[in-house]
Design a protein around this ligand. Structure first.
Ligand SMILES: Cc1ncc(COP(=O)(O)O)c(C=O)c1O
Length: 363
């Protein structure tokens, strides 16, 4: 156990994520005990969606319940704690939105300067506001995520202005993100048969696969799941086998044409006898709405790619109906109010009396 107080709003009953899985993480007694209460997210049995798809054991890993509303917090807490340990004064990232929200929050908690470089006009409003409110320097460029990542790599390489890069190419990020795989196994009491996950820069699928293997090697689980990754049709370099110059999809968090963790994602697919497939924006939006309407789980559009992919496979292949399938829902629905508003029904209006309300309701 590390000494010193736990930073954040937790009491002694719930350990910090980094404490819980400490033996699998690159931390030591010298690592500051930073936390905003990340991890321990729910694994929800999706009974209604499962019944519709004929899948008896369909589960949702609801990562939108992390402190800044996405899975990024699992890796960010480790990356920022290690940056603090190494004496960093500033953090920098490129982002499709969630990394910047997470870096801004953990950077604020750690008292570090945070710089985020974003593709102009392509960031969901909720994520942008999170970064701005937390006091990050937000710089918009006329370019896509891949170009933003190239620029921050160059800035981070400049010895004249030391700054720690906290994109998922920072190895501590993926180390921390492994903890989601541990939680899934702990909650199920065994590994799932299939782990379905949206894929953008391909860090998360790589982290889950590393997590499952680490748990197997430590004797915590006996088998490994099959990894099913899903990209958006207009941003599917791993499916096509080559980078996409102008990635396009409504799912802004996975609008990435040249994934940084390309080789790791392909290895996760091949070593696990998995698949990486594309889903259309229509399939993503249908899954996004059904998750909210049938399960009460409001995720952001990119997250719904995991269910969209499982649904397509359930409809077109002989996916084992009794397999334990976990769909990772990577981020929270309120991050992207524009997409929610575009697909939401109109608000009914009424005179302020019960008869009028009854009429509006068709009673
Ligand atoms: C909500 C959401 N889902 C999925 C992804 C894709 O994760 P990765 O880039 O690690 O593949 C991201 C990445 O930004 C994200 O924010």
């Amino acid at each position: 156990m590390t000494g010193g107080p736990i930073v954040g709003a937790l009491n002694g009953r719930r350990p910090r994520l980094v404490e819980r899985y400490r033996r699998f993480l690159p931390v030591s007694d010298a690592t500051p005990p930073l936390t905003l209460g990340e991890g321990f997210t729910p694994l929800v049995h999706a009974r209604r969606l499962g019944a519709e798809l004929g899948l008896t054991r369909l589960f949702l890993k609801v990562e939108g319940q992390n402190p800044t509303g996405s899975f990024k917090d699992r890796g960010m807490v480790v990356a920022v704690a290690r940056a603090l340990e190494d004496g960093a004064k500033a953090l920098i990232c490129a982002s499709t939105g969630n990394t910047s929200a997470s870096a801004a929050a953990y950077g604020a908690a750690a008292g570090l300067e945070v710089v985020v470089v974003l593709p102009r006009g392509q960031i969901a409003l909720g994520k942008l506001l999170q970064a701005l409110v937390a006091g990050a320097h937000v710089v918009a460029i006329d370019g896509n995520f891949d170009e933003a990542l190239t620029l921050v790599r160059q800035l981070a390489d400049d010895p004249a202005h030391p700054i720690t890069l906290v994109n998922s190419i920072n190895p501590y990020r993926l180390e921390g993100q492994k903890t989601a795989a541990f939680e899934v196994c702990d909650d199920l009491g065994a590994p799932p048969d299939v782990l379905a996950i949206p894929v953008g820069n391909a860090g998360n699928i790589s982290a889950y696969w590393a997590g499952f293997r680490a748990y197997r090697d430590a004797g915590e689980i006996e088998a490994l799941p099959r990894m099913f990754g899903f990209q958006a049709e207009g941003a599917a370099p791993l499916v096509l086998g080559h980078p996409v110059d102008q990635p396009e999809t409504i799912a802004t968090a996975i609008r990435i044409g040249n994934p940084a963790s390309w080789d790791k994602a392909i290895a996760a697919r091949d070593e696990s006898d998995g698949v990486i497939q594309a889903v259309s924006d229509e399939q993503i939006l249908a899954a996004y709405q059904d998750l909210a309407r049938l399960e009460g789980v409001f995720c952001e559009p990119s997250s719904a790619a995991s269910l969209a992919g499982i649904r397509a496979l359930a409809e077109s292949t002989d996916l084992d109906r009794d397999a334990t399938i976990v769909c990772v829902l990577t981020g929270a629905g309120l991050k992207d109010p524009a997409t929610a508003q575009a697909s939401a029904p109109a608000i009914a209006e009424s005179e302020p009396n019960v008869d009028a309300i009854r009429r509006v309701l068709g009673w």
